[in-house]
Design a protein. Sequence first.
Lengths: 887, 571
Amino acid sequence: MGNELSSRYDCVVIGGGIAGMETALLLGDMGFECLLVEKEASIGGKMILLSKVFPTLDCASCIATPKMAAVQNHPRVTLLTYATVESIAPREDGRLEVEITRRPTFVDPSRCTGCGQCEKVCTVARPDQFNQGLVARRAIYIPFPQAVPKKAVIERRGLSPCSAACPAGLKPHGYVALIRKGRLERALHSILREAPLPGVLGRVCYAPCETRCTRGKKGQSIPLRALKRFVAENLPREERFLPEKKIPKKVAVVGSGPSGLSCAYFLARKGLEVVIFERDEAPGGLLRYGIPTWRLPREILDQDLEDIKALGVKIVTGKEIRSLRSLREEGFEAVYLATGSLKPRTLGIPGEDLPGVYAALSFLRSYNTGKPPELSGKKVAVIGGGNVALDCARTALRCGAGEVTVIYRRDREHMPAHSFEVEEALAEGVKFLFRRAPLEFRGRERLEEILLAEVRLGEKDETGRARPVVDPSRTETFRADAVILAIGFQPEAIFRDEGFSYHPDGRLKVDPETLATNVEGVFAGGDCVTGPYMVANAVGAGKRAAYHIYRYLTGEEPRDIDLAPEVGRGDKAARVRLKAPVAYSSVFGENPVPEQAIEAAGRCLDCAVCSSCKECVETCPAGAIDLNMKPQKIRLKAGAVLIATGFRLFDPSSRPLTGYAHYPNVITAMQMERLLAPTRPYNAVLRPGDGKVPGNIGIVLCAGSRDQAAGNPWCSRICCMYSLKQAQLILGAIPIAEVTIYYIDLRAFGKGYEEFLQQAAGMGVHLVKGRVARIDELENGDLVVYYEDMEGRGGVRKARHELVILAVGALANPELRKCVREDLQLDEAGFFREIEPVREPCVTSVPGLFVAGAASGPKDIPDCVLHAGAAAAQIAAYLRSLGSEGA
Amino acid sequence: MKEPRLGVFICHCGGNISDVVDVEKVRQAVEGAPGVKVAQTHMFTCSEAAQQEMIRLIREHDLNGLVIASCSPRLHQETFRQMARRAGLNPYRYVQVNIREQCSWAHPHHPGEATRKAVALVKGGIARALRARSLEPIVIKTRPEAMVIGAGIAGLEAALGLSRMGIKVHLVEKEDRPGGLLRDRGPIFPTDQKGRELVEHLWREIHRDANIRTYFRSHLCGKEGVVGDFRLKICRDGEEKEIRAGAIVVATGARPHTPQPGEWGYGSEGVCTLYEFLLHLAEHPEEKPLFYRGRRVRRLVYVYCVGSREPAGEKARTYCSRYCCTAALYTACLVHSRWPEVTQVHLYRDIRSYGKYEKYYRRALGYGSVFVRYSPQSPPEIHPGGRLRVRVRDLLTAKQEIELEADLVCLVTGLEPVHSPELLEHLKLPVGKEGFFQEVHPKLRPVETMADGVFICGCAQGPRTAEESAASGLAAAAKVGALLLAGEVKREPLVAEVIEERCDGCGECVAACPYGALELSGDRVRVRESLCKGEGACVPVCPQEALQVRGYEHETIKALIDSLAEGLADA
């Protein structure tokens, strides 16, 4: 098999089932170049999933695997799995233009050896489609043991909404999935891999991930932040991402807030020499001086800082950098500016300089450094409606204030602060005064009262909020001993003389992708670029800067710094699965135990399937996992195209009277095939409801076939025979079993089939002519089958079975039709129509397009093989008429 | 010879083997045996990953022999030979041991004994592998020319398919016209095209095609040569003609069963077979009202499964002929659309209008056809005479006996094989128990036969409908194309060889060879390798033990037997 794709093939065969494989091999033997496109991760179609085949009772795997291997090894057949044909269009030269999308498998097939180590560590379980949902597989999986190619693929639908929402680039889905498996150390490891400061974020992050959590659309979201906090605070920080090698390049980070720390953390992990310069006496920036200690205990911060220091990052405190030249002279080749946004805005009203009027940050700083102002019993006002205002209010209460009132110019619902913060503040006794704006701070020596004006809400402004209109005619005075102004901050204008570009409000201008400033080698991020924003955003900016600084200095892409490229959010399927809220028994509170954490994580819906926990990335011995793999568009020219896309199995859940999908012991025949197959999931024939060996089994024929009400009046042709086969195999597996087949006609029409029917009857299989109308479940999981007794005494009768198999039929699979603009005709049952089935088998209504196997109508395996052979002859003739000679 | 370095691999086959045979025990039993360098087990040795691993080991340990204990060599011998080739090991240094069919499947209830047997068989395999030689396949140049025997729908399609692929065709038909069973027919399902017109259409194309030569009133009367280059003889009016062809497609069809006179009332007035009725309809398509041989037909009764699905017994036709239900239903629809006044009753066992043919059943029901199910234990009784009556017990109305008056009883008979002794003699084709030609594997190799280069299609392989015959004709053409278009055929080198110093030229073996592969050349026997099938019929007749088959040399067989015995004793 050639691995390299060519830009032209004699024939593109769509579908790697038995028909597609047969035609491709025949054409290849004739000397034609074929491309076999399969949408699944392995070829083999439905046949490879079967137990044995009628009437020879050969093992299906045993006779299909040589074909599959032959396809893979044929010098003129190229195999393209996990790929979808998008369009087929005629060209002027009589050939066809075929457009194919190769879906990303996220596993480099040239490296994967199919060892299966990844499956063992994967944290997400999904129903195994190859075992018809009887058991689970992992998000990363090898389809089945005989798969060709035997390569793992990852089911990954972009990023889960929580992970896509995290500004810091954490993968909440990943650590939740690890916690769910009880692998708490690995959860912490996964958090630390994506971002530093897990303790800090566990306490102070506003958790946009939780807002986006699909579970939260109905009921409570997963407590993502609390789970992070749980692992961050309860597990030892043993894991360090020490660099593999040192890179002798120096980077200076100005500012030790979350952004600077994050940048330093990632660069140090890559082996660069990083020095952080901090003008205060201790590192942490806003984390240390801005966030009140009651919210973020300093031990938590210090523990997080240890992670960074342990990587060899040097933090120089008490040193303010005033010019970049000195840094360059000291040998720093790149600089990251993370100086924050600390300059308080002012109201510009009289009395702002009165004693007793505090700026929010200086008030918090004094509290955090243990020197709070004397507020005992005093009446304190806080101006502002953001989270900082609430922090100030609640801190004031902790300083002993008698009464604290937050004064905000709009209404509660307009407050920028999170509503849960408001709730908590109210619970602590903070008062609120809405639609008031201060006009003047009054007092003789100190503040005594505030002149407030009423505010009317006007038109909506550009942010979508009502514009406040101050009405100076309606005023009141508010008595206050102290007022804290929490009305916003802006960056200080730093390095004014270095030639940086600024926004008018003092924010640095940077390239949004790389965070590079207009000065060579200088990058900037965090609040000094964005203005005041969340800690997680600052951490994310530091990570982004680290990525680009590393690339700037070394010319290499640091692939292990995951910037979560835009891969889209994959929560569609999860929203479908979200049927009802699932409550969890114990509220996951302040001091949980591991069991509570595991239970809370267990509600995760695995929105994007792959959790991005990256356990496979770290486990794969071949280094084959590549989570950044992108879909690949392939355009090529083909002489002919063969449609060998097979059939769909009827889904009996659309027929509620069958009980399928409600009663676990009503299964489809394909599920029975899996229970009987050599690679069977339970290693025995057990009924799924309770794992009991069923002693009395009913097989209901024509489930979804010859049934107008089910929308399929046609006969599916294979079900009679596979049911007779299953009956015999069941009797082989469970010798004491009683098997009853309910039929309308027993269509044992092929070579050796009638004898096969007689053989089944001779083995004691009960054959009952009668259509089953309804199936009910009994308390013990047994089933009652209501059927019309057509040959006995007549009338509706009941029979009890321990397991019921629905012999589901074959439906058309016309999906490919939309890829062809020309009039690709279907027959009355929706299968691809052969225009002259007797004279010219396999020829469709579109020149160059052929059909083989069950894509043109239900067929058993020999008929598929014959039909595929006919298709090969037709295609060879057609190609010859085009001028492709083959060999 | 270099020091032997064998790799031995034992397959779980999912659980097909390992559920019974203790494969790990087998591995341990041979690990470290003389010459064995590697001994491993695999879940599926045939899987790509396992093959990759074995290839790696072959290269890494520079193995010069290979034993895989898995399933029947018929399944995977070629798979593993290919693998050996990919690994740079001569494929004939590979020996397959069958511990699935011969151990786990044969002795499912005696795991201990099955394991013991497996150990012995694997040891025997090792003995063979230690003595295996590197061999190269025998290459035969192929002619891009094929013979198609039979000019029914399958043969016509095969001939056209071959010609369109660029293969010259010799179409041989024993009658003087093409068309077979469709030749004189009116509309056929599912296209509603008249059989006669279909045949004419195909025949016109064949007639125009310079690449196809047709020989009517001819039959095969001799075959020599090998796959890729047969020398065939056909006879016409006592004259013989030699034709060279690389492959042969047998499309000799089948014939409708005709009951013995008196059987099912056959032979009496008003009783005919479906085929006869269809020919009649084709001849008198527009006649109104409906007459059959002078009888006005108002009440028409079809009796299904006449001469089909018979209870087992000597000469019993136990098989289902597959096409007849649909053909009868289609006929009923045809009759209704032209003569709606005719009442039609179908006495059936199971209506096997499978797949999309179901529409004819629905249509016939819609037209008012009545269906009565009878049991093979009490088949319908047909009472001929002036008042033709049919008595039957209807299973669907509590086995009530009903009597139907009929103007015409149409016996829906199946198809039966056409016995053609000369074909059997010259082509040496195996025949299945129903009398149709036997394919190599009914599932995956339906047009190939045990005779190299000879393919079967259409009703010669088994009863089927026109569209299925056409598809199988083309499928056979595709197989021929895959064989001949490559320009050469590779054949097994495991053929007889003469140990020159022992041969005294007695010629016993020449007579014993069914393939004419041995000839006397001076005072020695010579093997014509391209004809030899490696069957070994010559080996035991040689009084001097001068003949042996490669891969099964006297020494090898002796060593194999010794180590089998030893293996059983040890285990």
